[in-house]
Write a protein that binds this ligand. Structure first.
Ligand SMILES: NC(=O)C1=CN([C@@H]2O[C@H](COP(=O)(O)OP(=O)(O)OC[C@H]3O[C@@H](n4cnc5c(N)ncnc54)[C@H](O)[C@@H]3O)[C@@H](O)[C@H]2O)C=CC1
Ligand SMILES: O=C([O-])CC(=O)C(=O)O
Length: 342
């Protein structure tokens, strides 16, 4: 979803949110969205943004602590969705039942000096448990994985769903939208074009050099030098670290991630509702390279992934970047698969 479009959605929701329910609008189907990790740095602003989304009819906020307060707070906003808070593992099933989309920002964030992979030991177990519950309580839901390291947590989720016999590769997404959001912002600044009209695909994965922005395909076109493109690429790859360092021990990107997560969930909702031609980048099971999972442009539909779009023409610099990222991305994917099958 384009940023102008989410702002429009939010405005529509603020102005007409209650009317949808009051008039029983048939044009907007009921959709339950669950946020797991809803009391966290990402979870809270994401809960707010999903509450503002008029496509959501039930918003389920789950965390191991503090969800009653977040749910009471967000629940007072006069928009369409009913909000419910759930706390602790014995309420997880209720939180998940009937969900169309489950968004997962549960887990620990980075501190300065850490890589995303340093989060693996804690977050892999959290994601595994949550996915076991998803397989049990809402096996048909679309899963939007935010928890890091995404390059490993998505393969973990896939393996857990396979074990449970519920895996549908069309319904599992690693959320890489923040990379696209950053690439658009940085490109617009350098190219001196209005950011609202900028598009930049970002492919690969979601960590360091595995994040590969395709500035050769950026629109509107701008005459940037090779040095500019290199610097923009590096800044996009290091965007998460830039925030981690600026926050100096108080976590990683939360507000921009909530925005990105809300854009991606909105795109999934639109796809489920049959809106045509909804395309976002996401880390999914894929055959467009030899790697089993890969982020690229994905067309979203009534069953999740409708089509995985190809990479398109790459510059020589991007071709080099693509080859360079493959070993690291493959190793992170394999680490996730191995963990899930231990
Ligand atoms: N995909 C992406 O682009 C991005 C991913 N992230 C990742 O998102 C994750 C969350 O980040 P923050 O919200 O900043 O962290 P946070 O620590 O502020 O919040 C995490 C929340 O998860 C909850 N939690 C822990 N274990 C849980 C469990 N078993 N079930 C449910 N909830 C549980 C915690 O209670 C906490 O409220 C981190 O892994 C971070 O690296 C962060 C930014 C961007
Ligand atoms: O950098 C981190 O640890 C959080 C993240 O994934 C991002 O901001 O892109």
């Amino acid at each position: 979803m384009r940023s102008s479009s989410i702002l429009r959605s939010i405005k529509t929701s603020l102005v007409r949110g209650n009317q949808c329910r009051a008039f029983g609008s048939e044009a907007v189907p009921d959709r339950k969205v669950a946020v797991l990790g809803a009391a966290g740095g990402i979870g809270q602003p994401l809960a707010l943004l999903m509450k503002l989304n008029p496509l959501v009819s039930r918003l389920s906020l789950y965390d191991i602590a503090n969800t009653p307060g977040v749910a009471a707070d967000v629940g007072h906003i006069n928009t369409r969705s009913e909000v419910a808070g759930y706390m602790g593992e014995d309420q997880l099933g209720q939180a998940l039942e009937g969900s169309d989309i489950v968004i997962i920002p549960a887990g620990v964030p980075r501190k300065p000096g850490m890589t995303r992979d340093d989060l693996f030991n804690i977050n892999a177990g959290i994601v595994k448990n949550l996915c076991q519950a998803i397989a049990k309580y809402c096996p048909n839901a679309l899963v939007n994985m935010i928890s890091n390291p995404v390059n490993s947590t998505v393969p973990i989720a896939a393996e857990i769903f396979k074990k449970a016999g519920t895996y549908d590769e069309k319904k599992l997404f690693g959320v890489t939208t923040l990379d696209v959001v950053r690439a658009k912002t940085f490109y617009a600044g350098k190219a001196k074009v209005p950011v609202a009209g900028v598009n930049v695909p970002v492919v690969g994965g979601h960590a360091g050099i595995t994040i590969l922005p395709l500035f050769s395909q950026a629109t509107p076109k701008a005459n940037l030098s090779d040095e500019d493109i290199k610097a923009l690429t590096k800044r996009t790859q290091d965007g998460g670290t830039e925030v981690v360092e600026a926050k100096a021990g108080k976590g990683s990107a939360t507000l921009s991630m909530a925005y990105a997560g809300a854009i991606f969930a909105d795109a999934c909702l639109k796809g489920l509702n049959g809106v045509p031609d909804v395309v976002e980048c996401s880390f999914v099971q894929s055959t467009i390279t030899e790697l089993p999972f890969f982020a690229s442009k994905v067309r979203l539909g009534k069953n999740g992934v409708e089509e995985i779009l190809g990479l398109g023409p790459l510059s020589d610099f991007e071709k080099e970047g693509l080859e360079a990222l493959k070993p690291e991305l493959l190793s992170s994917i394999e680490k996730g698969i191995k963990f899930a099958n231990q």
